[in-house]
Design a protein around this ligand. Structure first.
Ligand code: FAD
Length: 279
């Protein structure tokens, strides 16, 4: 799979301790792969395990690490990585680079870049790496996996996200957002104000302290567009905002905006989408 997406060489570590989802074992294995292969850059996806694995591997190797990056480049002169990451609650972007030690470990937001076209005709090498993993490396014991109930498309993978905020005034309007999202084959998200109010589960939260989404279309309803919210959706290709306050910050970020009460706007939007799908 990785080769068809552009990799020339895939390092494969197989070990009984890696069968269970143990972060300790993965940290130890990746550390050993880095020692054996001496990469100059290690990119880790900012998933829940990735946020943990990146810094721990960097610490073990005694090298630098940049967490929560949205962009990564190479400086043409120094040939060192230059990474960009949001700071101060998403109010500013910091550009960071690395001292001389390799590897340069970058934890990159999932979805920060588009996946390349899959080319099944590509060929490459699969190199098996022996990892010497002792059970004593596992200090956290995995007891049980409890899967949360989820219906429909997951937020992270949705190409359309409909997000509700405090302006909805309660939990019931989220049913209308569900209707719009399902018409568009998308998922529903929420601002922190809406999840803190208990209108929807915290797993819906988008933003700095919630999920990062990069859909093609991000529709916000009753969301003001605070920087901490935008930190989780600024990678969306198109933002469509519905808000009754023409001065709301969300309109500075939106491709299209409707100034109006969602109670008037949403029904006609849903009707139009329905008509559009029929035709
Ligand atoms: P509000 O800011 O109250 O905006 C509601 C909007 O609805 C207003 O613009 C109003 O004009 C509009 N409105 C009201 N009634 C109607 C109507 N009838 N029709 C149309 N529009 C209407 N927030 C997040 O979302 N995600 C995060 O991850 C996050 N992390 C944070 C981390 C930190 C450290 C801090 C300090 C804050 C964080 N926040 C986060 C909170 C953030 O600062 C905002 O408070 C929050 O995003 C506001 O949510 P909101 O836009 O739904 O509500």
């Amino acid at each position: 799979e990785a080769i068809s997406l552009g990799a020339d060489t895939v390092c494969l570590v197989e070990h009984p301790l890696l069968v269970k989802p143990s972060i300790d074992a993965r940290v130890a294995a990746l550390g050993q792969v880095c020692r054996q292969r001496s990469p100059s850059v290690v990119l880790v996806s900012r998933t829940i395990p990735g946020r943990d694995i990146g810094p721990r591997v960097a610490f073990r190797l005694g090298v630098g690490m940049a967490q929560d990056c949205v962009e990564v480049k190479l400086n043409a002169v120094t040939n060192r990585v230059v990474a960009t990451r949001p700071v101060y609650g998403g109010n500013a972007m910091a550009t960071v680079t690395f001292a001389d030690a390799d590897p340069q470990v970058v934890v990159l937001r999932a979805g920060a870049y588009d996946q390349p076209e899959r080319d099944p005709s590509r060929t490459g090498a699969v190199v098996k790496i022996d990892a010497d993993l002792d059970p004593s490396v596992i200090r956290v014991r995995h007891i049980e996996t409890v899967r949360g109930k989820s219906e429909g498309v997951s937020l992270e993978n949705a190409s359309v996200v409909v997000c509700g905020g405090r302006g909805l005034g309660g939990p019931e309007p989220f049913e209308t957002l569900e209707e719009l999202a399902s018409l568009l084959g998308g998922a529903v998200g929420a601002s922190r104000a809406a999840t803190d109010a208990g209108w929807v589960n915290h797993s819906y939260q988008i933003g700095l302290t919630g999920t990062t989404v990069t859909p093609d279309l991000y529709i916000t309803v009753g969301v003001s567009g605070a920087s901490q919210h935008m930190a989780g959706c600024s990678g969306a290709r198109h933002i469509v905002a519905v808000n009754r306050d023409a001065d709301a910050n969300i309109f500075k970020e939106a491709t299209y905006g409707v100034v109006g009460d969602w109670k008037n706007v949403l029904p006609s939007l849903i009707e139009t989408v329905r008509e559009f799908i029929k035709s």
